[in-house]
Design a protein around this ligand. Structure first.
Ligand SMILES: [Zn+2]
Length: 283
């Protein structure tokens, strides 16, 4: 099938008021289950890898495995590196076949964040790979990236416009009050910033911390221009909770394929539920 790039998919999503789901996968089974969910709904999808997962498999091995899944899929599947603070690792993923990489310099000063983004952008763009950047600090834990409530900060409009322009990034993840991990209480989200960014910059906006938001919150964020929504914790829960239930229900069973099928269908359903919400207001 004809394949659109990461940026083309996000611009199309922004124009048509839906979001492409980006699901953090961690092995072959989870990647395939997410792709099956996208195929069920006939929509594009992003397989997102954390730095921990990349280091576990190695960029070359993981890249080859995910490329094969993408090539066999009946829908457009893009491979994305999530929250990478290491310029060299981001470059290694560019070389190993990722479609896009996130350089996360959000812990740095504005100028150092921009400098890191520019270095990754220069390298990635030469190979047709796109780059996501972050400003402000998204609270919570996402694999090896931990930000406490005291260190969290939200992005502002003027800084966002400056950062997007100077860094040359293709997709922008502003900290707008969503969080990594599981929410404690209702998050305070700056919907106005999302809406203002939609008008102020062409660059598509990425929403991090997509696990546990209400359907209403997702739809408001997407109608405000959120073109990519990241979901990680919900996929981990689908996998591990199903494993626990399986062992409780079938303590004596020795059938790894049957076990894998249970895990796979749980991830497929969880991904599909999110994708359905992300495409509900499509125009
Ligand atoms: Zn994130």
């Amino acid at each position: 099938m004809k394949k659109k790039t990461f940026l083309e998919e996000l611009l199309e999503a922004k124009a048509h008021r839906y979001a492409v789901g980006a699901f953090n996968i961690f092995n072959h089974l989870s990647a395939r289950a997410v792709v099956q969910a996208a195929a069920d709904l006939d929509i594009p999808v992003i397989l997102q890898t954390s730095v921990v997962t990349v280091k576990e498999f190695g960029p070359v091995g993981l890249g080859a495995m995910l490329r094969q899944i993408a090539e066999e899929a009946p829908v457009n599947v893009l491979i994305h590196l999530d929250h990478c603070q290491d310029v060299e690792l981001a470059k290694a993923c560019v070389d190993a076949g990722w479609d896009s990489v996130m350089y996360d310099g959000s812990r740095l000063s504005m100028e150092d964040n921009i400098a890191g983004c520019r270095e990754v952008v220069a390298y990635a763009h030469r190979k047709g790979v796109q780059v996501e950047g972050e400003l402000g600090r998204i609270v919570g834990v996402e694999d090896a990236v931990k930000v406490s409530a005291d260190d969290a900060s939200l992005a502002g409009l003027e800084d966002s416009i400056y950062f997007v322009r100077e860094s040359g990034i293709d997709a922008y993840a502003p900290a707008i009050g969503t969080a990594h991990g599981v929410y404690k209480g209702t998050p305070k989200i700056n919907f106005d910033l999302a809406a203002q960014l939609k008008e102020a910059v062409d660059t598509p906006v990425v929403i991090h911390g997509g696990t546990g938001l209400s359907e209403e919150t997702f739809r408001r964020l997407i109608c405000s221009g959120g073109a990519k929504v990241n979901v990680s914790t919900a996929i981990k829960h689908a996998y591990l909770d199903t494993a626990r239930e399986y062992f409780g229900e079938f303590p004596e069973k020795i059938d790894p394929i049957d076990f894998d099928r249970h895990l796979s269908s749980a991830i497929r359903e969880t991904a599909k539920e999110h994708m359905t919400v992300f495409t509900k207001d499509r125009i």
